[in-house]
Design a protein around this ligand. Structure first.
Ligand SMILES: [Zn+2]
Length: 62
């Protein structure tokens, strides 16, 4: 599995179906084989990055 944002494999698991990229500091959640990306803002809120990617970039596995 690679980070769709920076293409590295420097991804750690932080919870059930939740991952974190240590390279670009993006949080990912996996559901139904598809990733959802969020950036953690300085105030702790999450903003979605999904609009920046094509669906095909967010598919995992196939
Ligand atoms: Zn990344």
């Amino acid at each position: 599995m690679r980070c769709p944002n920076c293409q590295t494999k420097d991804i750690g698991k932080i919870g059930t179906n939740q991952y974190y990229c240590w390279n670009c500091f993006v949080e990912m959640s996996l559901s139904d084989g598809k990733l959802s990306l969020h950036q953690v803002e300085e105030d702790g809120t999450l903003s979605s990055l999904d609009d920046l990617f094509d669906d095909s970039d967010l598919q995992v596995g196939s």
